[in-house]
Design a protein around this ligand. Structure first.
Ligand code: LLP
Length: 441
């Protein structure tokens, strides 16, 4: 019985396998059959993997720190079908815009389990969040402290909030996805004294109930140490603020950012290792600074959904430049996955049919967009391809579809959710009519 290679088993969905015809299946569905039925480019999400990751996180953190909960960061992939699974698994969820809030509402996501993040929430967004009964709002600027206090006052609500602080810790990831350093638009800097001023202002605001502190270092973070370093620094700050302004640390949220394996050579630590590092740091910091142990929340986005998603493309033209490079063009690219162009992110590429066949050749898989930087993967070894073949990229479930665009007036792909050998459409492919619908002649 053919099998996925050992490293592919780590990065493809948990339900993936190879059928008797030698083809990759996900959730019991052959990739080529899904491509025939729904077209390409296609994003396949595996429900079993999403549930598996929710449970790994919940159990991993509960085992290490009983009073903890997991908050899925919906920017990684916001979809009502997914939000229902997240709610069903008992997780909390964060949103960062009115748009993400609308998706949460569409899934009837329990309001008390929502946290509204973001560095520039406007009056309307805050009003909508309060009206829905959003459990927590995380404040990121002095402007937001004043604005939320005002909006909550108008509605006669005392809103529970967290303050986002910046601990000046570099988690050694891509500059564009680093958020907790001094030179960042996110959070009140502890180093400059802004965080102390924010605590003072928020504690004095009559319509805000401060529940504790939050920080987020960036992502993906392959190292464990930046978490404990930042946790210690922020807990020390919390103790100082308890003395100075009676800040309660009922809740503490050290963010998300847990890494996933995009390529077999670079796999992250297991979730239990992140849970252990964070829990030990929180417990020992509380002990050191005389704080009561708070309710602990972490906010994984990527690590809940990345492995669940597989993108499928069809090969069009193949250009061979002797002694230079072989370009394989597919029918998607930077419009559905801008991550390689934006962050030089690496992806594994497989031909779903006979993925490990030989002979192989080294190729660069590029998209159909009018940009030289439009590529999916550089210099990957694949069976010799022909036009019409399918290619798939595992670990495509996070930040591809949410960052997709209509560049070159292309339509964004269809998305299906698979489980137990059935596939259901959870977002239909856009049409040219959709593209024209918002333009006025
Ligand atoms: N919490 C906060 C406050 C965040 O800003 C983020 C991500 C998360 C949680 C979730 O991080 P995760 O666990 O997903 O790494 N577009 C980039 C990632 C940007 C992440 C922004 N914030 C990418 O494609 O890699």
């Amino acid at each position: 019985m053919p099998q996925l290679s050992e490293t592919d088993q780590e990065i493809f969905p948990v339900s993936a396998g190879i059928d008797d015809d030698g083809e990759i299946t996900i959730g019991g569905c052959a990739v080529s059959e899904l491509a025939d039925e729904f077209g390409t480019p296609l994003y396949i999400y595996d429900e079993d993997t999403i549930r598996h990751m929710c449970r790994l996180f919940t159990r991993g953190f509960k085992d290490a720190y009983e009073r903890s909960h997991i908050e899925y960061s919906s920017k990684a992939f916001a979809n009502p079908a997914l939000a229902k699974i997240i709610a069903d698994e008992g997780l909390h969820m964060d949103v960062v815009t009115g748009g993400e809030l609308v998706f949460a509402k569409a899934a009837n996501f329990p309001a008390e389990r929502l946290n509204f993040h973001g560095n520039n929430k406007d009056r309307e967004e805050l009003a909508e969040a309060i009206d829905y009964g959003t459990g927590r709002i995380t404040l990121d600027s002095f402007h937001e402290i004043g604005l939320l206090n005002e909006v909550a006052g108008e509605k006669g609500v005392r809103q529970k909030v967290l303050l986002r602080v910046s601990p000046s810790v570099d988690p050694h990831t891509h500059l564009l996805t680093t958020t907790g350093v001094l030179d960042s638009k996110f959070g009140f800097s502890i180093e400059t004294g802004a965080a102390a001023d924010a605590v003072e202002q928020a504690m004095a605001a009559p319509n805000l109930e401060v529940m504790g502190l939050h920080f987020h270092l960036g992502s993906p973070i392959f190292e464990l140490e930046p978490y404990s370093q930042a946790i210690d620094y922020v807990l020390k700050f919390a103790a100082e603020m308890r003395e100075a302004h009676a800040l309660p640390l009922t809740e503490f949220n050290p963010g998300g950012g847990f890494a996933v394996g995009y390529v077999g050579e670079e796999l992250p630590p297991p979730i239990s290792a992140y849970a252990e590092e964070i829990s030990v740091a929180v417990r020992s910091g509380c002990d050191r600074y005389g704080l009561e142990e708070p309710l602990l929340t972490v906010e994984p986005g990527r690590s809940i959904v990345a492995r669940a998603g597989v993108a499928v493309y069809q090969v069009g033209g193949i250009k061979r430049i002797p002694n230079v490079r072989v370009y394989v063009s597919v029918d998607g690219g930077m419009g559905d996955n801008i991550r390689p162009a934006l962050y030089s992110s690496e992806y594994t590429v497989r031909r779903p049919q006979q993925p490990y066949a030989s002979p192989t050749e080294k190729v660069t898989v590029v998209g159909k967009y009018c940009e030289s930087g439009d590529y999916i993967a550089k210099d990957v070894e694949l069976p010799v391809l022909k036009s019409g073949d399918l290619l798939c990229t595992p670990t495509s479930g996070a930040y591809s579809v949410p960052m997709a665009s209509n560049y070159n007036m292309t339509t964004r792909p269809a998305i299906v959710m698979v489980k137990d050998s059935t596939a259901r459409l959870i977002r239909r492919r856009e049409t040219y009519e959709d593209l024209l619908a918002t333009s006025l002649v």
